[in-house]
Design a binder for this molecule. Sequence first.
Ligand code: SF4
Length: 245
Amino acid sequence: MSPRSATAVKRTSLPRGARARAATVVERLKDEYPAECALVHENPWELLVATILSAQTTDERVNMVTPVLFAAYPTVHDLAGASLAGVEEIIRSTGFFRSKSRAVVEMSQDVVARHGGEVPPRMEDLVQLRGVGRKTANVVLGVGFGIPGFPVDTHVTRLTRRLGLTRSLDPERIERDICSMVPPEEWTGLSLRLILHGRRRCTARAPQHQACVLRDICPSAEGEPRSLRTPPWRPRAPATPAARQ
Ligand code: SF4
């Protein structure tokens, strides 16, 4: 395939009208929601820990646990040297506490061993830390460092498809699609606002189309179009909720 035709395939893979819809979604959601991350943290390392703990539980639950965790292990060096049993006891209520405990301790060990105790502000380095995948890395880049990143969680996956901004259910492909249409300075804010919209209005089971500010531009406002209902494949679930989110 020539370079020209390869480019054409890439371009036509976006749903029709996606680029214009994306611009409208960015602006309308700005009027509705703040670009806020609900996970309480004081620095990128605490955000990294909180994001790992947030898998399969609520931000509120994580915010109840992290003050206790950071009081017991105030620095990355402390958590790197912690016993798994001690951490498990504190984070038990977040669910999947054994794998999450291992993930936050091993991540901290990697930060100490490879980066002198400082969380690295680069995607390439973040995803090399044990327990850290692209979603978590993008949260830390965007929220922790102010470096553009587009985290794709279950809400973002659902909404970007319903809104006809992507044809994919694969988080990496969704990230590529959105980042190809939206300017970098909007990536993190858009992801955070899509998550809020997904929690409050465009829920998985009962989306409130009538009350939605995106209703007039949303291809799913009258129910999901057939093309979005039967995806050709489904993303593979991680081995554990804490594994490389
Ligand atoms: S119109 Fe309905 S499906 Fe579309 S974004 Fe709003 S709530 Fe979700």
